[in-house]
Design a protein around this ligand. Structure first.
Ligand code: LLP
Length: 427
């Protein structure tokens, strides 16, 4: 559904608008999100899972009020993991019962606000939190729907910082040693909690379905133990997010319908073997929905050829708008988008304007040798975890998010200004 093309002048157009016009009207750097593409990916996830499952978009990937409205209109639910994300969701009209609240260290205020506003579920992440949420719910005179997040002991094949199902880490309650079973025992004893299911999230940017297979097997094993011990069949299982996207042409992501089919089959098969009613499945894709739908538009500044090495191409942003290259060694591609060029390709490194040498956006890339200051270049697949992890390092202003659709561009998150920076500085 992505609507990228080049016009007769060789300028790239997206959503019916050329990038030259976008740069003139909105400045650079800018994140440009293709609304039609976002909606069609959200819809593809929704329809792939049908009415028997729920899709919770993971707001941490990128959240704004416009995005919340698109999700609501496309029939998706929302996963939030902080008071700020919850506030954004509620202020854009997402019904609270379609929100799941996550986090390993939710504050009392966050828990209180979540329960008061009526969120559909709180995902409990520790023994202490079971007691804390139960206590707050009781004080508020409510019975809160909850899931328990467990770590199933899977080694997901992804970067260490974003793998989350092995046991030696901060999220969830280990299945090992009967700890998850003990958590379930405690939750079931507390009247102010309604335990609706078990949650597992194994990591992020994953292509291999085998990790999900093992996770589903172990979660269903726990559901069976719960049935045997307590005589209750929990109605839901959440397998988290983490499905990978293509950052470069080497990556080969699965389509939502293939993922839905695989996950549904695994859970159904495991439940049949355990003689359990198949629970309602939910998933929490973030990156897989928003990641491919946006690119970052930069203007080329200083170009510095280093003989025998490579050419350093500086852009007007950098690690403050995309920390992923520095943080995870993430790979991106880049293209000249304001014109075509027949020049020879040169080995380039796209770097930012920050005061550190690790400020790299694209480590290795080929760009035409006639690249010049003022050219526009685009880095695709920056929809997830770029604006949401953006910083003000060096007091650089965070770029806007511009949504394009049907020949129209609309700012959905405006560019930061120096006044914005100074407003917080009250010393
Ligand atoms: N559900 C839970 C409980 C999660 O912790 C996450 C991501 C997701 C869903 C969504 O995962 P996704 O489908 O987007 O992979 N900043 C890192 C990614 C951190 C992901 C944290 N949790 C990055 O830029 O790659």
């Amino acid at each position: 559904a992505q609507t990228v093309a080049r016009n007769q002048d060789g300028v790239v157009t997206v959503g019916g608008i050329d990038v030259q016009t976008l740069a003139e009207q909105h400045g650079t750097p800018a994140y440009v999100v293709d609304e039609a593409d976002f909606r069609s990916r959200a819809r593809a996830w929704r329809t792939a899972f049908g009415t028997e499952a729920d899709v919770f978009y993971a707001g941490k990937a990128f959240l704004s009020r416009a995005v919340v409205r698109w999700l609501h209109e496309e029939g998706l639910n929302l996963d939030v993991c902080s008071g700020g994300e919850l506030a954004t969701a509620l202020s854009a009209g997402m019904p609270a019962d379609r929100i799941a609240f996550h986090g390993n260290n939710k504050s009392r205020e966050e828990i209180t606000r979540a329960i008061e506003s009526g969120v559909g579920r709180i995902v409990l992440d520790s023994f202490q939190e079971i007691v804390r949420v139960a206590h707050i719910a009781r004080e508020l005179g409510k019975r809160q729907r909850v899931q328990i997040r467990i770590t199933v002991g899977v080694e997901a094949h992804t970067h260490e910082f974003i793998a989350t199902a092995h046991e030696d880490q901060k999220f969830g309650i280990p299945l090992a040693g009967g700890q998850a079973a003990e958590a379930v025992r405690r939750a079931l004893q507390l009247d102010s909690l309604e335990l609706i299911g078990i949650h597992s999230h194994i990591g992020s940017q994953i292509f291999d379905m085998s990790g999900f297979e093992v996770a589903a097997h172990r979660v269903v094993g726990l559901l069976k133990d719960i049935r045997d011990e307590h005589g209750v069949e929990l109605p839901e299982i959440d397998l988290g997010g983490g499905l990978g996207i293509a950052y470069t042409s080497d990556d080969d992501p699965r389509e939502p319908h293939e993922i839905a089919k695989a996950l549904t089959e695994i859970v159904t098969r495991e439940c049949e073997a355990a003689k359990l009613r198949t629970p309602r499945i939910s998933v929490e894709p973030g990156r897989a929905i928003v990641g491919p739908t946006a690119f970052t538009l930069y203007e080329v500044g200083t170009i510095k050829p280093l003989d025998g090495l490579r050419t350093y191409v500086s852009v007007d942003g950098g690690m403050s708008d995309n920390i992923r290259t520095a943080l995870y060694d993430a790979e991106y591609s880049v293209a000249l988008v304001s014109r075509t060029s027949d020049a020879e390709p040169m080995l380039a490194r796209v770097v930012g304007k920050h005061c550190e040498s690790g400020d790299i956006v694209v480590r290795d890339a080929f760009l035409p040798a006639d690249l010049a200051p003022g050219d526009l270049i685009a880095v695709p697949a920056t929809g997830a975890y770029c604006r949401s992890m953006a910083s003000n390092y060096n007091h650089v202003l965070r770029p806007p998010v511009v949504a394009v659709n049907d020949g129209e561009a609309r700012v959905i998150v405006r560019r930061e200004t120096e006044e914005d920076l100074l407003r917080l500085d009250v010393g």
